[in-house]
Design a protein around this ligand. Structure first.
Ligand SMILES: [Zn+2]
Length: 99
């Protein structure tokens, strides 16, 4: 039986395994650094891309726009794929895809 992958595109689509691993490793390090700096994992913000309350730990700010760790991963992948320009454009696209 075939697994239906069509419902949701994998976040790593279009990048090599090595590129994806490099991005996720970098994102994991950001989480670690935030924890080491003593950032409170209960402090939340609303992510600009997914519009959900997410922990500040591991979040990344691009040009004044804060993304959660998952969305930052998606943005980095999109940048490698050249499907994203600026973070503002990425956020606008995500908002449009939410409908
Ligand atoms: Zn997000």
């Amino acid at each position: 039986m075939a697994i239906d992958y069509s419902r949701r595109k994998p976040v790593h689509e279009g990048v090599t395994k090595g590129q994806y691993e490099a991005i996720t490793e970098a994102m994991r390090l950001i989480v670690e650094e935030d924890r080491e700096r003593g950032m409170d994992s209960s402090s939340e913000f609303v992510c600009a891309a997914c519009a959900r309350p997410r922990t500040m730990v591991g979040s990344v700010e691009y040009d004044g726009i804060r993304l959660c760790n998952d969305c930052a991963t998606g943005f980095e992948v999109a940048r490698i794929n050249h499907t994203a320009g600026t973070c503002a454009e990425y956020v606008a696209e995500r908002a449009a895809s939410r409908g």
